[in-house]
Ligand binder design. Sequence first.
Ligand SMILES: Nc1ncnc2c1ncn2[C@@H]1O[C@H](COP(=O)(O)OP(=O)(O)OP(=O)(O)O)[C@@H](O)[C@H]1O
Ligand SMILES: [Mg+2]
Length: 172
Amino acid sequence: MTFTELILQWRTEDDTRQFAVRIAHQLSTLTPEDSLFIELHGDLGAGKTTLVRHLLQTLGVMGRIKSPTYAIVESYDDIKNALYQPLNLWHFDFYRFNDPQEWEEAGFRDIFASKGIKLAEWPENAAAELPIADVAIKIVANMDESRVITVTAQTPVGHQVISKLQSFITPA
Ligand SMILES: Nc1ncnc2c1ncn2[C@@H]1O[C@H](COP(=O)(O)OP(=O)(O)OP(=O)(O)O)[C@@H](O)[C@H]1O
Ligand SMILES: [Mg+2]
């Protein structure tokens, strides 16, 4: 298994949005039987939720997209793939997660055992519980709107997603 790593630069938030659109197009090729776990690393304010918001908007989620900072997870069950089949999607933010017992009680184990897309901010805080992510995205903010992004494929499924992304992307 080779690890693929892409290093990119977003100059403005519009570049972030364009990247989110490309990821969303990859996600819309998944079927209801597929699973994909993407973890999002980066400091407070790096742009993790912003990326997820653009991604969910591209996937057709209407209305305000809440950051799951307090609830830890927001679930979306109205997303359709390119063939108009339903896809489950969960957006986690483990910033406030500190009780491994909650993993069972809040049903997170069941979610990670389910088919669908899981996106997670602050995966470091639940590292002992989480499976290996298919794709890890690390965002480093500069003083302005620009960001340096490292996208790493960590599984064969992640590798497929990244190889399809690659053809669209001009590296930093
Ligand atoms: N290129 C960019 N990409 C993403 N966000 C940007 C960019 N430039 C500026 N921003 C701004 O930076 C902020 C990023 O906040 P966001 O909530 O997405 O961060 P976060 O990584 O989710 O932080 P937290 O760890 O607190 O959840 C937003 O206000 C957004 O408008
Ligand atoms: Mg966030």
